[in-house]
Design a protein around this ligand. Structure first.
Ligand SMILES: C[S@@+](CC[C@H](N)C(=O)[O-])C[C@H]1O[C@@H](n2cnc3c(N)ncnc32)[C@H](O)[C@@H]1O
Length: 585
């Protein structure tokens, strides 16, 4: 973390806290590091505190920066308060504005000055990244959320200064609801911000305050029991906010006799020079990056949003069909699924993709629609893996290149995990189909010798593998489906293998319902003329037994749409009965 803080400002802040009634364990030292800014280190092992819940740091309430103080400072009347609550949903808005006032009005008499001095002007959240760096985020949800947060924050600030009748000298009308303009404004203000050369009521000051809050504030609930109506309401907690975060750390924040205490339950495992950590909560890398400007790797709490933009009618019909869709965007044309380390392949996502592949003949989700959905979903997950891979190859000299790379790598890892889980799901689903409800084309080729031999003449293929290699599977499948449709009770008995009844009955069903247009016939003409009457003349025992007219092939094609799924791993078509799919994972 780049920082404009030095050892002296840090030391002043600790002294200020101690002189004003704080307790800081003697065995804690405060250091500044290049990577993570200020951090807290153990000088030596701390005994006797772990089991007894004895605090390492205790801060009197007077040193906290709270909403109550902000309201007193701005003289908020009951009338304004009602309007504030109505127009601004962020319960910390007024406290953030108060923090800007404290930080950017130069006043060395100010009680909080030693604390304000350790709040860096140089923050790492992506809002402050260069245009080149933001450009790399194009196509990620991170950038979408960053932009929408900026729009919300700008509106919040506009309402706030209007309601409090604060005069602002900037003309920022062009920034309303325009994230590009807000981003350009931030870029133009960066130097001024870093030099502290801004007015406390400017939007850039408010953005800074907001980022200080998201990265350092503690929930008000710690100090006010159940009096807080909004769980997001927060306060600044000097000294304890110098602790960095590590996932999984066992810590406690307590409030006793007017002091807020920090307790660590990790001391037994720690010794001299170990860093003492806080725990900011179970956060994904996206939340950490936007809120705090860093990511954790590995991060068991990581997740990614898979956003699909679709026709809103389709989303509605999925819901009507009974699909559970927890995240549909307000305008109804986007649906989102959370891919997480704990659940890399949500059931909701699998079912939704099965629904998307369902055809009208299917009244339920079937094994076929589910497997077809798996194939489509796999392509999307793979394209995500490729996207995050190509986006991690970036210019290493950019100031935040290493954070960006870590973020892209962690997103990629999630999608790899999701795609691998999907492969396992596909295997399990194929295995779960009852054996009498599925027939693989490889088995057909092996059992129906007469047909397999006929293919040698039709396409010059010598084996099943040759058929796949020469890409004649679809044509061979069409021929075989027509053959199956021509099997009569009599000819059935002569075959050395059984043809499942569902194939013939679905063929009949499609044949009865299908309406064939002239265009359909034209589409099949070339294929048909290439093979017939050549095949019926040469191998009449196969291709002249029953009806081999062109209509049969048009029907067979629809039958394939109904009951065939081709495994993309080995190109084998599976003919699956139209039965309801059961989740087996
Ligand atoms: C509450 S402050 C902690 C003290 C902070 N290091 C400072 O210099 O004041 C939170 C900020 O510390 C940094 N930070 C905390 N934990 C970190 C971690 N595990 N890795 C990298 N940076 C971290 C981030 O910049 C974050 O916004």
């Amino acid at each position: 973390m780049s920082s404009n803080i030095n050892t002296k400002t840090l030391e002043n802040c600790i002294q200020w806290a101690k002189q004003n009634g704080s307790f800081v364990d003697d065995k804690l030292s405060f250091k500044i590091s290049d990577k993570t800014g200020i951090k807290v280190i153990l000088n030596s092992k701390i005994d006797g505190k772990n089991d007894k819940d004895l605090p390492l740091i205790s801060i009197p309430k007077e040193l906290l920066i709270t909403k109550e103080m902000a309201e007193t400072n701005f003289n908020i009347t009951a009338d304004v308060m009602v309007k504030l609550n109505k127009q601004i949903s962020n319960p910390n808005a007024i406290t953030q504005l108060y923090l800007s006032k404290l930080k950017f009005i130069n006043n060395s008499e100010q009680f909080f000055e030693p604390y304000l001095d350790i709040l860096s002007l140089n923050l790492n959240q992506p809002y402050f990244w260069s245009l080149n760096e933001l450009d790399i985020l194009k196509g990620t949800d991170l950038l979408v959320i960053l932009k929408s947060n900026l729009i919300k924050l700008f509106n919040e600030w506009t309402h706030l200064i209007e309601l409090l009748s604060i005069e602002n000298n900037e003309d920022l009308t062009a920034l309303t609801d325009n994230s590009e303009n807000i981003i350009n404004y931030i870029q133009n203000q960066m130097n001024n911000l870093h030099n502290g050369n801004i007015k406390w009521h400017n939007f850039i000051a408010y953005l800074w305050s907001n980022c200080i809050f998201t990265s350092r504030a503690f929930p008000e609930l710690v100090i006010s029991d159940d009096k807080v109506s909004n769980l997001q309401q927060a306060f600044l907690y000097p000294i304890v906010d110098l602790l960095n975060h590590q996932n999984g750390q066992k810590v406690k924040w307590t409030y006793l006799e007017g002091k807020v205490n920090f307790i660590s339950k990790e001391l037994d495992k720690m010794g001299a020079n170990d860093e003492l950590f806080n725990n900011y909560g179970d956060k994904s890398n996206e939340e950490l990056l936007l809120g705090y400007g860093f990511v954790q790797e590995p991060n068991g709490h990581d997740n990614s949003r898979l956003t699909l933009r679709l026709d809103s009618n389709l989303i509605q019909s999925a819901q009507k069909f009974g699909m559970k869709l927890s995240n549909v965007t307000e305008n109804g044309d986007c649906v989102q699924f959370i891919i997480s380390n704990k659940d890399p392949l949500p059931r909701e996502l699998l079912d939704f993709f099965s629904f998307l592949q369902k055809i009208n003949f299917e009244k339920t989700l079937t094994y076929r629609s589910t497997l077809e959905g798996v194939s489509e979903l796999y392509k999307i997950l793979q394209s995500k893996v490729d996207f995050f891979k190509s986006h991690s190859k970036i210019d290493g000299t950019l100031p935040h290149s290493s954070i960006i790379k870590q973020y892209m790598a962690s997103q990629r890892k999630l999608y790899i995990k999701s795609a691998e889980t999907l492969q396992r799901f596909q295997k399990a689903t194929i295995k779960a189909i009852p054996s009498n409800e599925v027939l693989g084309f490889k088995t057909i080729f092996k059992n129906d010798k007469q047909f397999a031999n006929a293919l040698l003449f039709a396409f010059g293929i010598t084996s099943y593998e040759d058929l796949i290699r020469k890409n004649h599977t679809q044509q061979a499948l069409l021929l075989w489906i027509v053959r199956a449709s021509n099997i009569t009770e009599d000819s059935k008995k002569k075959l050395p293998f059984p043809i499942p009844d569902y194939i013939t009955s679905i063929f009949k069903e499609v044949s009865d319902e299908i309406v064939i247009e002239k265009e359909d016939v034209l589409e099949y003409m070339d294929f048909y003329k290439n093979l017939f009457p050549k095949l019926s003349n040469r191998i009449p025992e196969v291709f002249n037994d029953g009806n081999w007219g062109i209509r049969q092939f048009i029907v067979a094609d629809t039958v394939i749409d109904n009951i065939v799924w081709t495994n993309p791993n080995n190109q084998e078509p599976l003919i699956v009965n139209r039965i309801e799919y059961e989740y087996v994972f």
